[in-house]
Write a protein that binds this ligand. Structure first.
Ligand SMILES: O=C(O)CCC(=O)C(=O)O
Ligand SMILES: [Fe+2]
Length: 383
């Protein structure tokens, strides 16, 4: 039997909130464990050590045994149904207790695949990382993210510009909301795909170079950019059931910048910051039309979600795009979100599944279609 999940639109997702929005109180075991860990003075920064089977922590071992039903309910929603789950931890628990909830649910879902060594300034091995507009609130500036660099992002999935990392599930914990704005948005990339023109479908299934999230801007050889399709159809076996999805890997400015860094004369490169009203269109016509249609359909499909303090938003990062609206902060208490990336694949598996290719293909294509554009000055041109 073949099943095609994730067919919601914003309206019917909202009508079914009772199926995918939970209160922490409905998970009493998790609640009491969080309290106990906190009372015992355990440090959530040490989480990776605590979940190691060699760790003596009986509470965590017991959690891993007893959380199966809860975790399989969440997994079922994320992989087979909505792709979106909210767990509301409520304002009565502390930030650290909410972090425990995020980490405990996260470890049931898979492995924390944040490789801190890829962030040049990361010094400590911290299991959660922050994204905030305040430069100094990120653990002495060691943890950075899009959310801190840009006010407008655009509907995207995380990790789309990384080579060799597949983020299956994204968990975001909202510890402090902005003074104004900052609501989250989610959009179902599968429904969007179904409604795209045949031309755009074809274009978006080709390979695209992406700006590196770790070395944004010019200065890295285009051949080392991650290069992968925006939509890649896959079928996932689950017992008798086959799940068909078009795996989605997209970030509006990373894809546009990747294309520019690979295809434009070096002297003309200006990185694209996402601005929904003024997005740069200096791309090939085919690509420009497909990306414009994609952005528009994602926007039309977006569902805005108002999250409260200590809410956890869990997303299937392979199919559900997310974004947040612009916000204004209170400088004394800036917006604070801490996120967790979950995925079980190693580098080689991830590259295969995402469809990472050598960027030379894009360069060849460019040479054939835009022969008047010089590609000299990229170091590895033609390699
Ligand atoms: O700030 C947020 O709520 C989301 C930020 C985000 O999606 C990102 O930085 O990738
Ligand atoms: Fe994101």
């Amino acid at each position: 039997m073949e099943k095609v999940p994730f067919r919601w639109n914003a309206k019917n997702l909202t009508r079914r909130v009772e199926a995918w929005v939970f209160d922490l109180e409905s998970f009493p075991k998790l609640m009491s464990l969080i309290r106990e860990l906190d009372q015992q003075g355990e440090d959530w920064h040490q989480f990776e050590k605590l979940i190691d089977p060699k760790s003596e922590n009986v509470l965590i071992a017991e959690w891993i045994r007893s959380s199966r039903a809860l975790i399989s309910k969440i997994k079922n929603l994320l992989y087979r149904d909505t792709g979106v789950v909210i767990v509301k931890c409520g304002p009565r628990i502390s930030s650290n207790q909410a972090r425990w909830a995020e980490l405990l649910i996260g470890c049931g879902l898979g492995t924390n695949n944040r490789n801190v060594t890829q962030i040049p300034k990361a010094k400590e091995n911290r299991p959660l990382f922050q994204a905030t507009v305040n430069k100094d609130s990120t653990a002495e500036k060691t943890y950075v993210g899009n959310g801190y660099k840009r006010n407008a992002i655009g509907l995207h999935v995380d990790g789309s510009g990384s080579n060799g990392r597949l983020i299956e599930i994204l968990v975001m914990l909202f510890l402090r909301q902005a003074r104004f704005g900052g609501q989250s948005r989610v959009a179902n990339s599968q429904l969007v795909f179904d409604n795209l023109s045949i031309r755009s479908k074809r274009t978006l299934q080709k390979s695209f170079p992406r700006e590196s999230p770790y070395k944004p801007g010019i200065g890295i050889p285009p051949t080392s950019l991650a290069c992968a399709p925006i939509y890649k159809s896959i079928s996932d076996n689950n017992g008798d059931e086959r799940i068909l999805i078009n795996r989605f890997s997209y970030h509006p400015s990373r894809v546009r910048n990747g294309w520019k860094f690979t295809h434009t004369e070096k002297s003309k490169i200006v990185a694209v910051e996402y601005d929904p009203d003024q997005i740069d269109t200096d791309l090939s016509q085919e690509l420009n039309e497909a990306l414009t249609e994609l952005d528009k359909r994602l926007e039309d499909n977006a569902c805005e979600i108002t999250l409260m303090q200590n809410d956890l938003l869990l997303l299937n990062n392979q199919v559900i795009a997310h974004d947040r609206v612009e916000f204004q902060d209170d400088a004394r208490a800036p917006r604070l979100m801490e996120r967790l990336w979950v995925g079980k694949f190693n580098k080689e598996e991830a590259e295969h599944l995402i469809g990472i290719e050598k960027c030379n293909n894009c360069r060849e294509e460019n040479r054939n279609t835009r022969s008047n554009t010089s590609t000299e000055g990229f170091g590895e041109a033609g390699a």
